[in-house]
Write a protein that binds this ligand. Sequence first.
Ligand SMILES: [Zn+2]
Length: 219
Amino acid sequence: MKEIKCTIIQDVLPLYIDEVVSQDTKEMVDEHLQYCDKCQKEYESMKRDLYIPVENTDSLFNNISKKWRKKKVVISIVSTLVTAIILLVAFLCIFYYKTVIPYSEDLIKIERQNNNQLVSRYYGESYAGVNGTHPIPLEIDGEKKNVSFIYYTKTFADSPSRNLINDEKSLNEQEYIFQLPESEKVDAVYYVDFDVKKISAEKDSWESIIERAVLIWEK
Ligand SMILES: [Zn+2]
């Protein structure tokens, strides 16, 4: 009886190891293995030979592929972020990074309007911004003069929002005219880029700025 049972047990052991037996069979095998050393040994060896290596390679493979998948996910997230940042920086550079437009007679002209208002006309295709100062009293060649400084900036491309505004305004001429503040007092207009923050921090001064400026209009 015991012999028969052992052969039956050993017959179902592969299924038992694979955990595809019914609960009754499982209990029967469990019980048998507790007291039958022979079947226990058979079970151990079968498990080692059949089951464990399969489980090992399986889990190893799974672990590797899981780790690799995780890595791949991390890599793709990181590369997506990096791409997004690069695009954003490029976008900001192209549309918002301003460079000073060098002065050219054909591009920028200062003229006195009939109402005595001094205006700067821009003849280029487009620009990002114009910066002008109120008249600043400065001594030039021993002469006191009220000087206005002005410069235009551009971006590599017009920002989409700017284009939108321009389209709506259909690029009317008014956009290209800059009225110099307190222009009735102005004796001379100089073209140069300046940083008001530097001047208020006393890292720069109008006296040194005027030395690299271009005189573009005089009373
Ligand atoms: Zn047995």
